[in-house]
Design a protein around this ligand. Structure first.
Ligand SMILES: [Mn+2]
Length: 227
């Protein structure tokens, strides 16, 4: 099965360091361009699923024009199912675009209530932020019903966090995930990409789609699964 997994796009982030040199707006256009390239790849290669694992935009700064822009992109891939889990920068709150905007019909937005979507050969479980913090979630109680299918979990959170604030951002334990039986855990939140593969279970942070600061060196982009 094929899918594309991205996270932490942070559309319309202020880029305060660049603002002093009048370069912030350029970089915001590069953010738009990066997501456009992802959508074009999906369209050219008929990828059936796109997973966006939180922090798609900045709740405080996002502009209506940017939402219109990405929704128009989503409309260009009507055969691709787009699953979005809200993160701590784009929580599912009352005045958010997730709640008040009419998204393209191929877009599904998860809430903090764990939900399962059954497809032909895969099951997709997802939950996200409903506030700027999430100390607890239901992920420990998930039981996979159909092990014959590919089971995927989408969320935004902190895997085995060690920093003091880790417990505020949906703390998740690798050991609990291992018992859960998911095949692929699609995460967002950590801006550096990382890939963990143990006994066939993959836990993946794609990292931020493009670098969002001088502290985000190294490679950035999307994750593609082809088989
Ligand atoms: Mn983020």
């Amino acid at each position: 099965m094929k899918f594309v997994h991205i996270a932490d796009v942070h559309l319309d982030i202020p880029f305060t360091t660049l603002e002093k040199r009048n370069l912030a707006e350029n970089r915001r256009l590069e953010q738009r361009n990066a997501i456009k390239k992802v959508i074009e790849y999906i369209k050219e290669n008929n990828i059936p699923y796109l997973f966006i694992c939180g922090d798609l935009y900045e709740q405080e700064y996002i502009r209506q024009t940017t939402i219109d822009y990405i929704n128009r992109l989503f409309e260009t891939i009507p055969n691709t199912k787009i699953y979005i889990v809200p993160g701590n920068h784009d929580p599912y709150i009352k005045n958010s675009y997730y709640v008040k905007f009419k998204w393209a019909p191929n877009v599904k937005i998860f809430t903090s209530k764990l939900e399962k979507i059954e497809e032909e050969n895969i099951c997709i479980y997802g939950y996200g932020f409903e506030d700027f913090y999430m100390k607890k979630s239901e992920y420990e109680d998930i039981t996979i019903e159909d092990k014959g299918k590919i089971n995927i979990l989408l969320t935004h959170g902190t895997l085995d966090g060690s920093r003091d604030d880790a417990s505020l951002y949906n703390p998740i334990k690798k050991s609990t995930l291992r018992e859960s039986g998911f095949d692929y855990i699609a995460l967002g939140h950590i801006h550096k990409n990382s890939y963990n593969d143990e006994e066939g279970q993959r836990i993946v942070y794609p990292g931020s789609l493009i670098s969002l600061g001088f502290d985000e060196q190294g490679s950035h982009g999307m994750i593609l699964r082809r088989n």
